[in-house]
Design a protein around this ligand. Structure first.
Ligand SMILES: [Zn+2]
Length: 678
């Protein structure tokens, strides 16, 4: 019996043959696909012809196709429809895959060829896309030390090894410290203010440990509701201080030295590779380009957000004063914000749900895509699926030209991880006069239908659907030559533009009128309700913005300068926070020792991206508002310069071609209510 994963897929549009795949096919398929990919690389390096763009860079980008498709099928299933067996296979194949990609990166013969082409690049008459691909392939080696001498290479490996151990240790320490704390409450009065759900969860948590009463922990699902709703101020204080003191107690799980070691090693690594700082190294491959630009971006926003934040802080303090709070503290913030929000807006999320039946919202997203880009979505039953709940669509232009296969998987079930995401089963590329179209998927965890009610979405789920659909459009509308530059293969601080941009349509009457109708009466959604959501989402926006900026600035301070002389983590942090703090400092707390985003995960020198993406989407949508939210010309500019272009050119250039100018933060400040509507 042949392994279906190693045959060319004899399915409509060569979609993944889910129904033929059995778990035992995966491991041998990976082993074989890696062998094939290796042979393809060997063929490049042993080619006796002079290295050329075509016989090296292009061939390299189209190599490993079997492995790519196999990996996407396998890892997508591991996220959306996993089980113990699949997880075990993942454990087994992950080392094989990282070994394979290391082999390529350390392949000196291959690098020699790439470098000789790179050194000649000015003479080669490459297209912009080809030049971008060459640059990407070259940097993939250079940024991993391919240009260094043997001593320096060995040094780099040593640093990388230390760094991977340290970030692991950082995470383990935070986890140990998070788990080490628990607050057992035995008097129900101590839980006053908490919603029933949170109380129940606390009771369950106690029961699981054979304890009487209610157990509160530092895990977000326990911590956040307690800080938001619990009336008992002294308990909020106790919990907040415990949270802020994680890995900052001079015990065996302390992260202060780990932080200093990480930033120093990152700096050393960057220097070794010829970069001024770690941030310069990271930002070379970002739309923002340099730490200087990130700083001026952040400070521009801060200048506008700070007066608003101070005003809001005063409002919040005055509001709390009525409750006898003399000085608003960190453990009061979430609690009084929630109370004030309720007083100001009295928003009933439930009242909106009947207007957002899932089927209507999907149709709405399709209609928006049709009005903007002329796309048509037709549900088809002929495409193989990995679960019966998955919906499959054929996407075409108005003329019937095939654009993409679209999978949508909406409901939670065992074996699917939390959250919502877009992914692909096959990327788009062009070769030998063929434009091979992509297979794109979105996976969500939306409210399920019941026996008596269809799936009715919360407004948050509606914007989530549009968000993921925006990513999906980026994938489906891709029109590039090379697979590694296609669709969402763009810099990190650019990838959220299409997704966040599309969310904006959810707030516009002209768009909502197309689909937001009561599922029983067909009556259109009352716009006052939508306006209320909009207003409430901007509530305390100045404080929120300043908080986000403070994290981004802290990240940049750690990584954008020589850290050699930093001796004290807390002191350094306080200096970095000097311009952005509203609450009094808590001496026994430290943010950096538990800042997993930048010391454990891959977000170092990248925290600014959250705000960066908001500036982009607000500025881009402003263009639609100026010209009409369904203006075909504006949509075509977006399609031609951004959505179809993937990572073929510098994102700032792509953006300017769409918008006519670099992004301005004005639209975001206006949308967030931080400057007047002029
Ligand atoms: Zn996203």
């Amino acid at each position: 019996m042949k392994n279906p994963l190693l045959q060319s897929f004899n399915t409509p549009y060569t979609t993944a043959p889910f129904s033929q795949i059995k778990n035992e096919h995966f491991k041998p398929a990976f082993e074989e696909a890696i062998k094939i990919a290796k042979a393809e690389i060997d063929e490049i390096t042993s080619n006796s012809e002079i290295p050329s763009f075509k016989n090296t860079i292009e061939t390299l980008d189209f190599s490993g196709y079997t492995l790519d498709r196999l990996s996407s099928i396998f890892f997508n299933l591991n996220s959306a429809e996993t089980n113990d067996e699949i997880q075990k296979i993942a454990q087994e194949v992950s080392p094989l895959l990282s070994e394979f990609s290391n082999d390529i990166r350390l392949n000196e013969k291959l690098f020699e060829r790439v470098k000789s082409i790179y050194d000649d690049r000015k003479k080669l008459n490459l297209t912009v896309e080809q030049a971008t691909l060459l640059d990407k392939k070259y940097k993939n080696f250079a940024r991993n030390g391919a240009n260094l001498n043997d001593n320096a290479k060995a040094k780099l490996r040593e640093i990388d090894m230390k760094l991977s151990k340290l970030s692991l240790q950082f995470g383990e320490n935070v986890l140990a410290e998070t788990n080490a704390f628990e607050m057992l409450l035995t008097d129900e009065n101590q839980l006053k203010g908490l919603p029933d759900g949170a109380k129940e969860a606390a009771k369950m948590a106690a029961k699981e440990k054979n304890l009487e009463g209610w157990l509160i922990t530092l895990d977000y699902p326990s911590y956040v509701p307690f800080m938001t709703y619990a009336d008992d101020r002294s308990l909020r204080k106790k919990l907040a201080i415990a949270f802020g003191a994680r890995a900052f107690k001079n015990n065996e799980y302390d992260n202060q030295k780990v932080v200093l070691d990480i930033v120093n090693l990152r700096h050393e690594r960057a220097n070794l590779l010829g970069y001024k700082t770690h941030a310069h190294f990271v930002l070379e491959e970002r739309m923002a380009e340099t730490p200087e630009k990130v700083l001026s971006f952040s400070n521009d926003l801060l200048e506008k957000a700070k007066p608003a934040a101070e005003k809001e802080f005063k409002q919040l303090s005055d509001f709390a004063k009525k409750d006898g709070i003399e000085q608003l503290q960190k453990w009061d913030g979430a609690y009084y914000s929630e109370k004030l929000k309720k007083q100001n807006f009295d928003l009933d999320q439930e009242a909106l749900k009947p207007y957002f039946k899932l089927e209507n919202v999907i149709d709405g997203a399709f209609t928006v895509a049709h009005k903007l880009f002329g796309l048509q979505f037709k549900e088809v039953e002929t495409i193989d699926k990995y679960h019966k709940d998955v919906k499959t669509y054929e996407v075409t232009t108005t003329n019937g030209d095939f654009i993409a296969v679209f999978y949508a998987d909406f409901f939670p079930r065992k074996g699917k991880r939390n959250g919502a995401w877009m992914t692909s089963y096959k990327s788009q590329w062009k070769k030998d006069n063929e434009n091979s179209r992509p297979h794109i998927s979105i996976v969500c965890n939306f409210t399920k239908p019941t026996e008596t009610k269809p799936s009715l979405l919360t407004f948050n789920e509606v914007t989530t659907l549009f968000h993921e659909f925006g990513h999906a459009l980026h994938g489906m509308l891709a029109d590039t030559v090379y697979p590694s530059l296609s669709g969402t293969s763009v810099y990190w601080d650019f990838v959220e533009l299409p997704s966040q941009l599309l969310e904006n349509w959810c707030y516009e009457k002209e768009a909502l009128d197309l689909f937001a109708k009561h599922y029983e009466t067909n009556e259109p959604i009352p716009m006052e309700l939508v306006q209320k959501i909009k207003d409430s989402s901007n509530f305390l926006e100045g404080m929120q913005t300043m908080r986000q900026l403070s994290f981004g600035l802290l990240d940049m301070q750690w990584h954008g300068a020589d850290p050699t002389n930093i001796k004290n983590v807390k002191e350094f942090e306080n200096q970095a926070f000097a311009d952005t703090q509203l609450y009094p400092d808590v001496a026994e707390n430290c943010m950096s020792t538990a800042f997993s985003h930048i010391f454990q995960g891959g977000y170092s020198s990248g925290y600014y991206s959250y705000k960066w993406a908001e500036v982009l989407d607000a500025d881009a949508f402003e263009y639609f508002k100026e010209t009409g939210i369904f203006n075909k010309e504006t949509a075509k500019k977006l399609l031609d310069n951004v959505l179809s272009q993937g990572g073929t050119d510098k994102p700032m250039d792509l953006y300017k071609r769409f918008r006519g100018s670099a992004p301005s933060n004005k639209a975001l400040l206006k949308r967030a209510g931080l400057i007047g509507k002029d």
